[in-house]
Design a protein around this ligand. Structure first.
Ligand code: UD1
Ligand code: CA
Length: 466
């Protein structure tokens, strides 16, 4: 018969134990069907395992170890070199993965929390409740359970009379009757270290040839040790990702959570369902996000901005009171009061000073534009430095690439670049100089002079215009 035992969080008045966290991320993840390790697939722009690590780190463990396996270099590079890693060279199962860390766990540690790297939705609050439960009773094992309408894929919780815990049965070896059980093991455990290490040795290989960590529950019960469980009421939090469909499910939950957080923090979204914010983004108060807007990576947005509709900003810093419409901004810095769009593209290395105006069809790459620069229509600035209050006329192009090398263009303060000017780099335009419409500037233009024609000739500004 299907058993789904209710339970509740009980908070003991206990001191917090010194604990270590082990995050298992060595599995092959074959069901995701990818060339990339499963644990690196992003959820809201961040590798799924990084979410697990963040939730655990928020509890302040004494140490945190990530178990990595094949292609471990890629996993380490993505999760960060500052973390402690242990290798599991052969993927012999979750019990075997935990065993690999034994010699790395410090003596002072009084409890060991084991988490799986494919459960990114877990929250600090739930882990913290588990830890309190464990500290209150000091059992051999405390672990989370949850109830699912469709328990397919999860280890099932076997209970006897009076709801007594009897063990966890993996789906691969479960009978049909056991498969009907809806209380499942979502894979969050805390162990007593002294008891754990010798007990892991007693786990035998399962019929499918893996050492299942879940078998440790029966080992504890056989010796008459205490095993505590805690029911996670919100089973969305404990979703394990084995397939791309589950990845999409986790993505939806995480995106909703992030939107909720920013709405509560004072950000307006005209249509939350078409507003996409990555986990590590931050947004200032009273900023308004219009539909179809994507804030990605490590983007930081200031206060009172208006972004979108139809805007993508990745790994960029946007100052207060910026206004961006139908544009793409990547690895760029925008100081305050920049306005842009529609249809402009800021590429890596762009730095726009305060009050810069970029109108339609502007492209800027690896260039710094001083405060007040105006570039209204159809222009490209690459590898350029532009002084304050310069005007970049319609259709201005920096010809920064000669087919082999890139060259710089330097434009002084208050320069007036006439429409359709080609600036053939390397070239310097001195302060307050002007270029005539359609000029092709191949040589430096002195300050306050005028360059005109093809190729451009220079005359002093005092002379009459051509
Ligand atoms: C596991 C649990 C199952 C639970 C489910 C919850 C076991 C035996 N089963 O099953 O009871 O319901 O999670 O999501 O633990 N890993 C290693 N080394 C290995 C094998 C796995 O590090 O040798 C890592 C994986 O990278 C993954 C995690 O352990 O992050 C869980 O492995 P996975 O194969 O996804 O286990 P499930 O079949 O989902
Ligand atoms: Ca899993």
């Amino acid at each position: 018969m299907a058993v789904c035992a209710p339970g509740s969080f009980v908070f003991g008045e206990v001191s917090i134990l010194k604990f270590a966290v082990i995050v298992l991320a060595a599995g092959e993840g074959t069901r995701v069907n990818s060339r990339k390790p499963k644990v690196l697939h992003p959820v809201a722009g961040t590798p799924m395992t990084a979410h697990v690590i963040q939730a655990a780190e928020a509890l302040g463990p004494r140490q945190l170890i990530v178990v990595v396996g094949r292609e471990s270099e890629e996993v380490k590079a993505s999760l960060g070199p500052e973390l402690a890693y242990v290798e599991q060279s052969e993927q012999l199962g979750t019990a075997h993965a935990v065993q690999q860390t034994q010699s790395n766990i410090r003596d002072e540690v009084e409890a060991i929390m084991v988490l799986y790297g494919d459960t990114p939705l877990i929250t600090q609050a739930t882990l913290s409740a588990m830890r309190e439960r464990h500290a209150a009773g000091r059992p051999a094992i405390t672990f989370l359970t949850t109830c699912l309408e469709d328990p397919t894929g999860y280890g099932r919780i076997i209970r006897g009379q009076d709801n007594r815990m009897m063990g966890i049965v993996e789906e691969a070896v479960a009978t049909d009757e056991q498969k009907a059980i809806q209380e499942v093991n979502p894979g969050f455990y805390i162990f007593d270290p002294e008891w754990l290490w010798p007990s892991l040795e007693r786990i035998e290989t399962s019929p499918v040839g893996e050492y299942y960590l879940t078998d440790i529950v029966e080992v504890a019960l056989a010796d008459g040790h205490k095993v505590e469980t805690l029911l996670a009421e919100n089973s969305r939090e404990t979703l394990g990702i084995n397939t791309r469909a589950q990845l999409a499910e986790a993505e939806a939950v995480m995106r909703d959570r992030i939107r909720r957080r920013w709405l509560d923090a004072g950000v307006t979204m005209i249509d939350p369902s078409s507003t996409w914010i990555d986990a590590d983004v931050s947004i200032g108060i009273d900023t308004i996000l219009y539909p179809d807007t994507y804030l990605q990576g490590q983007t930081v947005v200031g206060e009172r901005c208006t972004l979108g509709p139809g805007t993508l900003i990745r790994d960029s810093r946007v100052g207060d009171e910026c206004k961006i419409v139908f544009s793409v901004v990547e690895e760029a810095v925008l100081e305050e009061s920049v306005d842009m769009g529609p249809y402009s593209h800021m590429r890596p290395g762009t730095h726009l000073g305060r009050g810069v105006h970029i109108g339609n069809f502007g492209e800027v790459k690896n260039s710094t534009l001083g405060p007040g620069v105006r570039m209204g229509h159809f222009s490209y600035l690459g590898d350029a430095t532009v002084g304050a209050d310069a005007n970049i006329g319609a259709g201005t192009i920096t010809c920064n690439y000669d087919g082999e090398k890139k060259h710089r263009t330097v434009i002084g303060d208050r320069v007036f670049v006439g429409s359709d000017t080609m600036l053939v780099a390397p070239v310097n335009i001195g302060v307050e100089a002007r270029t005539g419409a359609g000029s092709v500037v191949t040589r430096d233009v002195p300050p306050r002079s005028l360059a005109y024609g093809v190729p451009a000739r220079v005359r002093d500004k005092e002379d009459s215009d051509p």
